[in-house]
Design a binder for this molecule. Sequence first.
Ligand SMILES: NC(=O)c1ccc[n+]([C@@H]2O[C@H](COP(=O)([O-])OP(=O)(O)OC[C@H]3O[C@@H](n4cnc5c(N)ncnc54)[C@H](OP(=O)(O)O)[C@@H]3O)[C@@H](O)[C@H]2O)c1
Length: 287
Amino acid sequence: MSDKKLEDAVPDVPRHVLRDGTKIPQLGLGTYPMDDAEAEALIPEALWRGYRLVDTAVNYGNELGVGRGIKASEITRDEIFLTTKLPGRDHGTDSVRRSLEGSLERLGTDYVDLYLIHWPNPGVDRYVETWQTMIELRDQGLVRSIGVSNFLPEHLLRLERETGEMPVINQVELHPQYQQELLREFHAEHKIVTEAWSPLGRKTDILQHEWIADIARKVGRTPAQVMLRWHIQSNILPIPKTSNVTRMAENLDVFDWDLTDEQMKRMKMLHTGLSGSGFDPREHEEL
Ligand SMILES: NC(=O)c1ccc[n+]([C@@H]2O[C@H](COP(=O)([O-])OP(=O)(O)OC[C@H]3O[C@@H](n4cnc5c(N)ncnc54)[C@H](OP(=O)(O)O)[C@@H]3O)[C@@H](O)[C@H]2O)c1
């Protein structure tokens, strides 16, 4: 099939509406740990298969490749929802703008759709002034929406208290083994969309769990699709990473079928509270 035909054959991904009115696809492509060359080759493949949300970060070292891949796809920029993240070393009023300008240059674009603070780095304690600057950059049009990643309620409440504004998204580790129920309730109360990193539980064995295999057999899908469908039905936005084009299509094919209430209950019971990364945002410092 030609690339153009591939594009015509894929259905639109449904969207969430963020609190600021922006629409974001309900599933996206993760890009860590692709390097520039891999990202440049794979981003067009993903876009031609229907992906419209691409997740990168300064610290992935692949913004150049992501930007080149978007251009090579020949899909217009305004059809694509592009996320990047500010690294810990660039927290602080003066450095945020400089850091964003570097990202925009590498990505070959004049705005990003979503700009996230990658980690709160509470030991550095500059995430509030960083957030205040991001509000200004958003108001100047350099980014469409602003959010955070790996923030706890205590960090989110402090942002609201000191700047008057909460993020529209918090991207956190989340999969059936680590369901983050309390955080999700907090997000729902504050109209924050929950975005899941490691949605397939990378660094855990959850994708091999026999209950998931059993549900997959019953619904005639793969274990990865069952996990991603669980995210969608739980109102969580997953960004699975794959470098395999067959899996790209597989992971996106989760919108026209359902898990039953019984199957969703079974998935809920897979929660153990064990994070795959073991990173605690209260202590983890990522610069
Ligand atoms: N904000 C943060 O702090 C943070 C932290 C970590 C990650 N992230 C973001 O979240 C994205 C996703 O998280 P992640 O990469 O950690 O984990 P993930 O998406 O849960 O898992 C990725 C792994 O699953 C494999 N995989 C993908 N589709 C599959 C399928 N259908 N069947 C079997 N295996 C499959 C991939 O291998 P193949 O590539 O070989 O298919 C890869 O090894 C990252 O790429 C990154 O963009 C953000």
